[in-house]
Design a binder for this molecule. Structure first.
Ligand code: ADQ
Length: 487
């Protein structure tokens, strides 16, 4: 066997993602251990990886040089792609998260364009493509994930013209006038066009991409062929690239089971007791990212308190914020703004033993998350821009009791499906306060009716449906896949 080739290098199905679904558990500092990270993507892909001789290539989360235990050997499906400290800074924090991320999210903060970051992005994408090429067996299917790896499809095709390549973008694809700011715009488009199928969350993203191809690659035949999930085709000299929309979702059945379990229900009751039985609980759960609109949310709540439409005695906002990308300036400043705002609100409207905002800068485990979802009267999902937003769908999946109402930003991809939520424009301070107040005062029967409709949608269109419909189109289908779990 060639160096670096392992038992799985004849894999039939290869997932390529920036991260492996593993993290290093250092609870016992003397004996750190690898553990599976929970998440929708893993739960959707795990059964496919198992049944199809699968492999997953991704970064393990530690830069090379740092000693860490070997991956669990029974996990022959996991293939770490190494990154150096400089690459982590330039490819990941730099090009991926300080150039592409803000640019693709409406430039809510200005993207930075840096030639050395681009070079790092090129090099790391080439490495991922090489790993994928080494893992894939003849005629295998390779599914490349997200904005960190947009050059991989073409690089992989050059190495392995025999494999079938899918690409899925988890974040929004911006309108051409924004995308065209990118100095390396043509290379990125060419990279993506290496795939056989390019999937976006929403039809709008797919349309933006098709328009862009028309502008950047004149002479190519771009046809609109709206048929189920496939919205268009790009005819290249020797092959065709299909472009479609595949809204991602959550493991709805798994979350519902968790929500129904006795320990989670007991924890929900405990949270309600601790926060005050008679208070209405509003909840926010986000990565601490400037796209998530946490600051606007806090300001809207502050407005309600200032106007006397809510008081610390009758209402509490719990905001859980996962630490995220903390070495990037915009993230540090965002955190400082949010924490100052929480301090101001509690200082102005709280009293001893009763503050209006509980802010936790931490990650919570899945059971605690389910218990919090269960305790919330109002779930606030109010990003300024979001590819989909899984929190909104998780909340719905975790409410088999039909309780709670969902306030959802129009600018979250999820709003195109969850139309029975209370939709809000988070940029509009007055409307934001009105919708919050309406959610707090929502009639119970009306709330249950809305939740029933929302749940119907999330259960039918779960993450398994997402993975299966993408793969069905990649393998030549039309994109009309029967909905429902396990479809
Ligand atoms: P994200 O921007 O990370 O994902 P989101 O879809 O909301 O956003 O997913 C976040 C996940 O992290 C959820 O599963 C949530 O439960 C979890 N999470 C958030 N805060 C947490 C906390 N404090 N503790 C524990 N868990 C927490 C990107 C895109 C989204 C798209 C997804 C999937 O930005 O638009 O929906 O990918 O495609």
């Amino acid at each position: 066997p060639r160096p670096g080739r392992t038992a799985a290098s004849d894999a039939d199905f290869v997932v390529v993602a920036n991260r492996l679904p593993l993290h290093l558990d250092t609870t016992d500092l003397d004996a750190p251990r690898w553990r599976r990270s929970p998440g929708g993507l893993v739960s959707a892909l795990e059964p496919i990886l198992r049944t199809r001789r699968g492999a997953w290539a991704g970064w393990a989360g530690t830069v090379t040089g740092g000693a860490h235990p070997a991956l669990p050997d029974q996990d022959t499906r996991m293939h770490p792609v190494p990154l150096t400290e400089d690459e982590y800074r330039d490819y990941y924090e730099g090009f991926s998260n300080a150039t592409l991320w803000p640019l693709f999210h409406d430039a809510v903060v200005p993207p930075d364009f840096d030639q050395s970051w681009w070079h790092s992005y090129l090099g790391v994408n080439q490495r991922f493509a090489q790993h994928a090429a080494a893992l894939a067996g003849p005629g295998a299917t390779v599914w490349v994930q997200d904005y960190q790896l947009m050059l991989v499809p073409a690089m992989l095709r050059a190495l392995r013209p025999d494999v079938r390549i899918g690409f899925f973008l988890h974040i929004p694809f911006p309108p051409p006038e924004l995308f065209l700011q990118l100095p390396w715009r043509s290379q990125i488009v060419d990279g993506l066009l290496g795939a056989d199928l390019i999937g976006f969350q929403l039809p709008g993203g797919a349309e933006n991409f098709l328009q862009l191809v028309r502008r950047l690659r004149r002479g190519e035949d771009v046809s609109r062929a709206p048929h189920a999930s496939v919205l268009g085709r790009v005819l290249l000299r020797d092959r065709e690239v299909r472009v479609g929309a595949f809204p991602i979702s959550v493991d709805a059945a798994g979350l519902e089971d968790l929500a129904r379990s006795e320990p989670v229900r007991e924890r929900t009751r405990q949270i309600r007791r601790q926060l005050g039985e008679r208070r209405r609980i509003m909840l926010g759960v986000d990565r601490l990212d400037y796209t998530k609109g946490i600051d606007q949310r806090l300001r809207a709540f502050e407005g309600l308190l200032a106007a006397g439409r809510a008081t610390a005695q009758d209402t509490v906002l719990v905001q859980i914020a996962t630490p995220s990308r903390e070495r990037i300036g915009h993230y540090r400043r965002q955190r400082a703004r949010i924490e100052a705002r929480v301090g101001q609100i509690n200082g102005a409207f709280g009293q001893v033993g009763q503050v209006p905002v509980h802010y936790l800068h931490t990650t919570v485990d899945r059971s605690e998350l389910a218990a919090l979802y269960g305790a919330a009267d109002v779930m606030l999902v109010t990003p300024l821009r979001d590819g989909m937003n899984l929190v909104a769908k998780e909340f719905v999946a975790a409410r088999p009791d039909l309780g709670g109402s969902l306030v959802l930003s129009e600018f979250a991809g999820a709003a195109q499906e969850l139309t029975r939520a209370l939709l809000v424009n988070p940029h509009h301070p007055v409307e934001f306060q009105d919708v919050m107040a309406a959610a707090l005062g929502q009639d119970e029967t009306e709330g249950r009716r809305r939740m029933r409709d929302l749940r119907h949608h999330v259960r039918e269109r779960d993450v398994h449906h997402w993975a299966h419909s993408f793969l069905a189109v990649l393998h030549g289908g039309s994109g009309s896949v029967p909905s429902g779990p396990g479809a």
